[in-house]
Design a protein around this ligand. Structure first.
Ligand SMILES: [Zn+2]
Ligand SMILES: [Zn+2]
Length: 386
């Protein structure tokens, strides 16, 4: 029986318009848990949706559903406390602290047989995929969220809520790096033959993603070769250097010459595009070696036309595209990528506390984060703590 109970949520009612509203209280099913939200990371994807640059809520025909027709509660990097566990919800009880995989796939839905994407460990490409906080389903910028229990991973350490909220972004780095290592490419990180081993990496952009890539390469993948980061913001550049990269300021130096100099004319074997900037896309041909690997991680790329691809295509790179923290399923149906990412944060192999710059303690502070704070030079990562 549906109740008339409501909860508070920060709702994106139209492009650029967030409102604090009373919305229906979530009704968890028997295999679900009801989670009281504790921390939500604000992410580039949220900012893109807010600004109207993207909208991933589509109808059965694939047409975009406008926000003024179906408002969106954003928030897909979520940590919370289990308030209630359904009768068939396994492995969790009230009071457990959890990090969520916001994506609903065949295993979340208990679908039999599972689709071809779920069967190959690509849960976020599930043929029936839907995503809390992104594709229309309510996200974490609310008091509560109901989600299948298999989408919730119990946190057993004392990791800070805000840091644990970086599980999803780190999961995206793990997934995209996995996509790169699955691809057949001329150069690879693990290649034994020294000619084909990646000897120079260029990460474009040291926002949260770039800073996670640097730490992943150094501390997880064990990459000890030349690691360059190009980033105009000083604060981000300094952090990238502290995490083990050679930082280049594209506002002060010509990136193309800097990369050429650092690599003795060889250029980058592996370029990770983590800015989403169209301008960066257009200079990729001058930054990479022939048949390099290019990981297109950042989304956006406004401001350049498709001819930017010509110069890239001429060099025959292996182009990798990735989205989300996709992965396979653990023995208990829970997402492997999220579990691994959480573990890396708990072990301190990847440190995120140093770039969480903004903490918001109320839902009503959310519009301020979107409207102004995120464009400040001091801002790197914002977390809403409830
Ligand atoms: Zn995100
Ligand atoms: Zn599936």
């Amino acid at each position: 029986m549906p109740s008339n109970k409501t909860m508070r949520a920060s709702v994106l009612v139209d492009v650029g318009r967030l409102e604090l509203r009373d919305v229906p209280f979530p009704e968890p099913g028997p295999a679900d848990v009801l989670v009281r939200v504790r921390a939500v990371g604000l992410c580039g994807t949220d900012f893109h949706i807010f600004a109207g640059h993207s909208n991933y809520n589509t109808d059965e025909r694939g047409a975009v559903v406008p926000l003024n027709k179906q408002p969106q509660i954003l928030g897909h990097e979520v940590v919370g406390i289990v308030e209630k566990a359904g009768s068939e919800a396994k492995g969790l009880s009230p009071g457990d602290r959890v990090v969520l995989d916001q994506g609903l796939n065949c295993v979340s839905a208990n679908r039999e047989p599972i689709c071809e994407y779920c069967a190959t460990g690509d849960s976020h490409q599930c043929a029936f995929y839907r995503e809390h906080g992104i594709t229309g389903l309510p996200g974490g910028l609310a008091e509560y969220l109901a989600i299948p229990a298999v989408n919730a991973i119990k946190i057993t350490s004392d990791i800070d809520d805000a840091e644990a909220a970086l599980t999803e972004p780190l999961g995206c780095i793990l997934h995209s790096s996995n996509m790169a290592s699955r691809a057949r490419s001329r150069y690879s990180l693990r290649e034994q033959a020294s000619n084909d081993r990646i000897r120079s990496v260029l990460v474009c952009g040291a926002g949260p993603a770039g800073l996670l890539f640097v730490q992943y390469l150094r501390n997880v993948a064990g990459y000890d070769g030349l690691l360059m980061v190009s980033e105009p913001n000083k604060k981000k550049r300094d952090l990238a250097a502290q995490f083990g990269a050679v930082a280049i300021d594209p506002a002060a130096t010509d990136v193309v010459s800097a990369v050429s100099e650092l690599t003795a004319g060889r250029r980058a074997d592996y370029l990770i595009e983590a800015t989403g900037s169209g301008k960066v896309l257009s200079i990729i041909p001058q930054l990479i070696r022939k048949q390099a690997t290019v990981l297109l991680y950042g989304h956006g790329h406004v401001g350049v036309d498709m001819s930017a691809l010509n110069g890239i295509m001429f060099l025959e790179p292996t182009l990798i595209a990735s989205v989300g923290a996709s992965g396979s399923f653990d023995h208990d149906g829970r997402p492997v990528t999220y579990r691994r990412a959480l573990g890396l944060l708990e072990e301190g192999k990847v440190q995120v506390g140093r770039f969480i710059t903004n903490r918001y303690t109320q839902l009503k502070a959310v519009p301020g984060a979107f409207a102004g704070d995120s464009s400040s030079p001091e801002y790197i990562k914002g977390i809403v703590l409830l």
